[in-house]
Write a protein that binds this ligand. Structure first.
Ligand SMILES: [Fe+2]
Length: 373
């Protein structure tokens, strides 16, 4: 027997519908299990749940400039370490010059998100170009390299000992959010055939350690391939967000890739709720089973103050958070009708540790940024 206790109860003054028509002047907080999918309660508070005046100890919201933390290197595993746990490793990697060796990650699937730059991507399955806003998903063990045409900065998210899948679309149907046909796969084209031959090295990462294997020829020499496993590319511009004009949907509706112990969601521009009673900013929440990470790629981040593209925020499980006071006030006034933000969210079931890169570029005053000015 493993059923959750399931009973909606109502006590005191509440709204009938979560995130809409709140009692006058109340602040709604969702306490949720299983990342917005499990049992949840909505508590209607007299004070904003982020109205703390001091925040001391190791459990704190963190913010840092992820892009500033990295130095260019042709070795992706030497990117700036931002956050990690045994199932997920997040780094910021910059590369400016063509990679002269091939890479292979034997530790798990790798998801790249292109924050800046463009160029050519070569792998076992062929050639693709890449540009700003592209995700490239590399199945575990794929041999690959990049030839940047412009300095490139990528977020690198390793599903350590795991794999990425697509989210269940449920009643939305198989072609909602993005059509699987929008996933681009590499081609065995002229650029692929024109690669340099001669001696090549492959760097294999396994258990975090590098082994170098040398071949007297270029091992990216496929004349054909078949099957249902490949590197794939998806640009955020191919994502068509699900929204409701009357209800602020939870971030899980923006899921893009699902790993065994974490999810990757993409926030893309979308209309803000227009119904007068609907909440227009993310609700205050205690997502008590997940650590939450957001990488800010482009635009104006509607629920956060003083957050610029290239920054990352990290909200460990265990405390309530929500929109900054300025954003909350703008939401109440319905000042904006569209968001123009593009951001990558990573929600992890297991506690993440800050890496050297994150610590080197931390905004140590972030926990104070919710204070009413
Ligand atoms: Fe959150």
């Amino acid at each position: 027997m493993k059923n959750w206790i399931e009973f909606p109860r109502v006590e005191g003054e509440t709204s009938r519908q979560a995130h809409a028509d709140l009692p006058e002047g109340a602040y709604e907080r969702e306490i949720g299990r299983d990342g917005f999918f499990g049992p949840a309660a909505h508590i209607y508070h007299r004070h904003p749940p982020t109205g703390w005046i001091r925040f001391e100890g190791p459990l704190k919201p963190r913010a840092f400039n992820a892009v500033a933390a990295a130095q260019p290197t042709a070795e992706p595993y030497r990117g700036a370490q931002l956050l990690s746990n045994p199932f997920c490793r997040i780094a910021l990697w910059k590369v400016s010059e063509p990679m002269t060796r091939l890479e292979r990650n034997a530790d798990g699937d790798v998801l790249l998100f292109t924050h800046q730059g463009e160029g050519d991507f070569f792998c076992d399955f062929g050639h693709m170009t890449y540009r700003e806003g592209d995700y490239i998903l590399l199945p575990r063990g794929t041999m690959w390299r990049l030839e940047p045409k412009a300095p490139t900065a990528m977020l690198l998210i390793e599903a350590t000992n795991g794999s990425y899948r697509l989210p269940d679309r449920g009643p939305l149907g198989a072609h909602a959010v993005f059509d699987p046909a929008a996933l681009e796969t590499p081609k065995l084209d002229a650029a692929f055939r024109a690669q340099r031959d001669g001696e090549w090295q492959v760097e294999v990462k396994r258990r975090g350690q590098i082994t170098t294997i040398t071949y007297p020829y270029n091992p990216l020499d496929a004349i054909g391939w078949k099957g249902n496993l490949s590197a794939v590319k998806l640009n955020w511009r191919d994502i068509r967000p699900v929204t409701s004009h009357r209800y602020h949907l939870p971030p899980s509706v923006h899921s893009t890739f699902i790993a065994d112990r974490f999810v990757v969601c993409t926030f893309v521009p979308r209309p803000i709720e227009s119904d007068p009673g609907a909440l227009k900013v993310p609700f205050f929440h205690s997502n008590d089973d997940f650590d939450e990470v957001i990488f800010y790629h482009a635009g104006d981040f509607f629920s956060r103050d003083n957050i610029k593209p290239g920054m990352m925020t990290f909200h460990p499980a265990g405390f309530t958070h929500g929109p900054h006071p300025k954003a909350f006030a703008a939401g109440v006034k319905a000042a904006k009708t569209m968001t123009d933000e593009v951001a990558v969210m990573i929600d992890a079931r297991d506690a993440l540790d800050m890496g050297e890169g994150a610590l080197s570029q931390e905004d140590t005053g972030y926990a104070d940024s919710w204070k009413m000015k």
